[in-house]
Ligand binder design. Sequence first.
Ligand code: MG
Length: 390
Amino acid sequence: MLVAAGQGNRLGLGVPKAMMGRGGRPLFLEPLAVLAGLPGVMGGAVVVPPGWEEEAGRWLAPYPSFQAVSGGAQRHDSVWAGLAHRPREAAVVLVHDAARPFLPWEVAETCLREGSRWGGAVASLPAADTMALLGEGDAIEEVPARSRLRLLQTPQAFRASLLEGAHRWFRETRPSLEVTDDVGLVLAYLKAHPEEGGRIVAVQGSFDLRKVTYPEDWAWAQRKGPAFRVGLGYDIHRLVEGRPLFLGGVEIPYDKGLLGHSDADVLCHAVADALLGAAALGDIGQHFPDDDPRFAGASSWHLLQRVAEMVGEAGWEIASVDAVVVAEAPRLQPYRQAMAEEMARAMGTLPSQVAVKATTHEGMGPQGRGEAISAQAVALLVRKQEGAMG
Ligand code: MG
């Protein structure tokens, strides 16, 4: 099992395609999540441009049977590099482009099954347009029957011995042969070695396997998936003497304040976590660690501002935020509007998109005894209509 992430294709962003992605996550994670979840999949390699192995490796932490491997100058070099890291006991190898992020699991499963049965199988689509073979001076030489034409995508699955044999043959004896994918390479090998006795069959691909090649493809990829996301945030901090009390970016007169590494504004923290959660960008502890001296005494209003920027960079717009603060004292009702306005300013929304409510804890628990203040928040994000080009 192998994900050939391809390389060299930079889509004008200065970042290899495999390593950029939606929500700040590399593109290759989308098909990888599908492949890693298929029954029988043992593991494999994610081939990335040299220099990106470490960063890719960090993203691969949830997939211990997959490793990041440095690719080569051409596609076949990258596949060869990946093949060297395939699980030795794997009978079938699947090659997939990271630039085709939306992999339907049925297509991957069909490729694996049919590839194992016949020798090779490739996801494909019928040609909607008439196609022509060109000759000298762009003169049309031939118009093949459309019913026999297929557009080839990835995944492409092969018996491991066949794919490895074909690549070895290619590298040792035919390095100048022009091939654009593994189907072309294995087909040339099978023609030169009919005794291998395999064939490559075309199986049903998917329009979702569109390759992210041009800026409009990137915009399409950004729009794929759910249009709305919801997130939940919760935080609690201890109330102590000798600290100012900040809630929602507003300093509230009181004889105690919240204890924490930053200004300990629980409301900003809960809202920031709701935003990060909705965008699947982790949590504030991860982005602003409480043992990092840079965030000592940090204004949580600024952390919230930064989180809202991150959410925007990941392609989301904040539709609404609703929060509730649980505090026995002081009385927060008079500050509700100011807190909503301050947080709206940090997030770049209208105050009407932000609601802050306050309640007591009826004397129960640490909030009720006045030992702590907690906050909960939900955030709704809407996918931006046009994918930002970085
Ligand atoms: Mg906190």
